[in-house]
Design a protein. Sequence first.
Length: 147
Amino acid sequence: MDQEQRRREKLYMKFRADLVSGHIASGYDENDLIEIYDYANDIYDEYVQMEVILSGARIYPESEELAQRRAFFLYTTLSMTEGAVNIALNHKGETALWEILLLLVKHPPMEESIKEMNSIVDTFTDFDDETIIQLVDACVELELYDW
């Protein structure tokens, strides 16, 4: 495990300990919450993911990054497609994550899915870890194995 991974795990463990103690401080900055969420997602800790989403909505209501994660959580974990779409449609920033989510919700036929995936890759150049994970997951869900 590299130093960055250990730092993320330590941040996650601190947040989890704060949850257990009942004292979630607003001392976590937006990037901390994003990293905690992404780490919790990597280890399938839906409880921490949900708590990050709730904390993030309260502390950083204008955060585009946290809103994207909230929408994906609603769609993938809670199967709340309409809620995820409403979040996506109410955000003005165009990012690859929003486009992937909207593609998943539309779930078009394979040919159209391939065109939209190509468009996403051609349009956006900055793919962080979370975007890449969601892109791969979308390929699986849309059965675009050869793409």
